[in-house]
Unconditional design. Structure first.
Length: 668
């Protein structure tokens, strides 16, 4: 069974087709989009098998570092047997790698067996180094005489060329009448029905084998378990991801193939498509979401749907028509959608969509303008007529909109700074001016205009807006009592749970005691401590101010926490790219702990603490619960600053501790 890539002309359907017609036309369209020379040396279209090359930087595969092991893995380092042996050895990594030799007790199922010991016999070794036929011959011969085995083997003639198992990509020799190898035959016997096993079951076994994969190692996947159309669809997705520069993880593909194996077509799956959030392994979750997006995008293209005319824009798709939505020349990778349906008034919705299609805004500008219109739309909904007729809008409607901007919040409920409120209101009124110039608001009432005196938003001193971000010391003390919960039930790559807790406990201590920004803590060098004039200093990089190798005096408890983690870290198998950083990344794609992960760890930890009391008392005199949303990595910087300010540290000293260029920033 093959997925032969044959160029085909897309066929336009002249009537509403049934599913069979749709699927046939869709499959034909995909064939015309596929690259027949995709991944040479890795992808074998004849047997639907991918064997990843560890030397290909675009394939998420590595080989165990132990010489002679050769086991394929997802991430660089040791395979599980070698990692277990390393932990039990008590050696340093250098000693272990120089002396350890892995012993293989059996041949892995995905590897070819050794050939028969009889000279030139191509059969797989079955027992005593002989193929099954020669082994049976030897078993009979030794009963009849006392001949030595080497002498008997030397007299034997080789068999003819061995036929391979009929499962696509299986390298094992056929050993059964049904055309299967011994291992697949056992699997077939377990899965086949009674009727299928009548006689040799050859025909039924052949049908079964078409949808089976060979035995796969970490660097392999097979598309054989998928339906004929789903194979094409999956191959289409993988090639689109390659074009965007995304790495290919064989493990993630194997997981997705298992979830999609029962679907006749991914594009027409509807509610039968698996829920990505339930897919388990993070790579499978991500790839499954990507599969759905790529297929939906391709299916729209097949049907001639313009993504920029849809009510909900998928920015990854629309950015192919409006390149300004991308930050770089590369295609957008992450899921990103924009729902214009939140703007209830048709005239306002069409205005911002027309603006987006004609002015080529950046993704950030587009989102800001759409949110400005959502704020205005919600205000108009509360007015008589709901703002649906642009010709009936009045001066008072403008006033209602400006009032809404004065109290507006972000999508996540975040309180806007006054400068942001002014900017959002300005973006809305700029859109109105654009619409009048473009002639798309000819029906808009002449009374619907902004008055320079009545419709202004007062700017507030930004220093006043910074008040209240510090976490109270009483809450910090409660957090300190629950550090054992950090990272609980929150996996981090291959690190064991106790190592995850130790790493996050250290990161928390550094955040709490040093007041450095989250990115500065996450990116600390491994040798981040210096001893000078009788005290330790933390060496860190001011990423925001672009000032490297800054120094901050630190207390002994902070030093002890870092040193304890350094000692634990030295015994862990970590990605090579993290060798120079205190807090390692999950994989080799990054150099150190990601600030997004750090934020999720801290927030998840705060939510897991059973009781967290504030300093405020309720009517009954007991402490009220503390608002856990105020606990996030950056809040510890405000807490650090507030701690020293409360201790009476002079402003210029505090400015130096915070590494601010301006004392005004520190005073805030």
């Amino acid at each position: 069974m093959t997925v032969a890539v044959v160029p085909a002309q897309p066929r336009q359907l002249d009537r509403r087709p049934d599913d069979a017609q749709m699927v046939a036309a869709w499959a034909e369209w995909i064939r015309g989009e596929l690259n027949p020379g995709w991944r040479p040396g890795e992808w074998n279209a004849d047997v639907l098998l991918f064997v990843g090359d560890p030397h290909n930087p675009r394939t998420s595969v590595a080989v165990c570092r132990i010489a002679g092991c050769g086991a394929a893995m997802m991430n660089p380092g040791y395979c599980k047997p070698c990692r277990d042996a390393y932990r039990e050895s008590g050696m340093t990594k250098e000693e272990f790698e120089a002396t350890y030799t892995r012993t293989f007790r059996r041949v892995a199922a995905h590897r070819s067996l050794a050939t028969c010991a009889v000279s030139a016999c191509p059969g797989d070794a079955f027992s005593l180094g002989l193929c099954l036929t020669h082994y049976r011959g030897w078993a009979k011969a030794k009963k009849r005489s006392e001949i030595d085995m080497p002498e008997w083997v030397a007299r034997q003639k080789p068999l003819g060329a061995a036929e391979r198992c009929r499962v696509p990509g299986c390298s094992r020799e056929r050993s059964q009448n049904n055309g299967l190898c011994r291992t697949h035959h056992r699997q077939w016997r377990l899965q086949a029905g009674q009727a299928d096993r009548v006689g040799d079951g050859s025909a039924a076994a052949a049908r079964w084998a078409e949808r089976q994969s060979p035995f796969l190692a970490a660097h392999m996947f097979s598309l054989a378990p998928l339906s004929a159309v789903a194979r094409l669809e999956m191959l289409y997705v993988l090639q689109r991801r390659d074009e965007r520069g995304q790495n290919l993880s064989p493990q993630a593909v194997r997981g997705v193939v298992g979830l999609l194996a029962e679907l006749p077509s991914i594009a027409l799956a509807g509610e039968a498509f698996p829920d990505p959030s339930q897919a388990g392994y993070e790579g499978t979750v991500s790839l499954l979401s990507g599969v759905r997006w790529d297929i939906e995008t391709g299916f729209d293209q097949f049907r001639g749907v313009d993504p920029a005319r849809k009510l909900v824009w998928d920015l990854r798709t629309v950015s192919q028509k409006i390149p300004s939505l991308k930050k770089t020349q590369s295609a957008l990778r992450n899921p990103s959608s924009l729902d214009f349906g939140e703007i209830r008034q048709g005239w306002l919705r069409e205005l911002v969509m027309h603006w987006a299609r004609t002015t080529s805004p950046s993704s950030k500008d587009l989102r800001e303008h759409v949110w400005a219109c959502v704020i205005a739309s919600r205000a108009l909904e509360l007015r008589p007529g709901g703002g649906d007729d642009p010709g009936k809008l009045q001066f008072s409607d403008v006033t209602a909109i400006v009032d809404a901007f004065r109290t507006a919040r972000g999508r996540q409920g975040k309180v806007y700074a006054s400068t942001t409120l002014v900017k959002r209101a300005g973006q809305f009124f700029d859109l109105l001016d654009f619409g009048r110039r473009e002639g798309v608001l000819d029906d808009l009432s002449s009374r619907f205009v902004r008055h320079p005196d009545h419709h202004t938003i007062k700017k507030v001193d930004e220093n006043d807006e910074e008040i209240g971000k510090a976490i109270p010391e009483a809450v910090i003390r409660q957090l300190d009592q629950h550090v054992r919960l950090l990272g609980k039930d929150f996996p981090y790559g291959e690190l064991p749970p106790e190592a995850v807790n130790a790493m996050l406990r250290t990161a928390y201590v550094v955040l709490r005691d040093t007041g450095r920004r989250p990115a500065e803590v996450a990116g600390l060098d491994l040798d981040c401590l210096e001893f000078d004039n009788g005290e330790y200093q933390l060496v860190w990089h001011n990423t925001k101010g672009r000032r490297r190798r800054r120094r901050l005096p630190v207390h002994q408890q902070t030093v002890d926490a870092i040193k304890d983690w350094q000692e634990i870290r030295a015994g862990l198998d970590l990605p090579d790219n993290s060798a120079e950083h205190l807090f390692p990344a999950i994989t080799n794609r990054y150099r150190h702990l990601d600030t997004g992960y750090l934020s999720r760890f801290i927030r998840s930890w705060a939510d897991s603490i059973p009781v967290l009391e504030s300093e405020e008392l309720g009517r009954d005199g007991t402490p009220l619960p503390f608002d856990r949303t105020k606990i996030f990595p950056y809040a510890f910087r405000h807490t650090f600053c507030q701690r020293y300010a409360d201790a009476g540290v002079p402003l210029h000293v505090l400015q130096a501790l915070m590494d601010h260029r301006s004392a005004d920033t520190t005073a805030a």
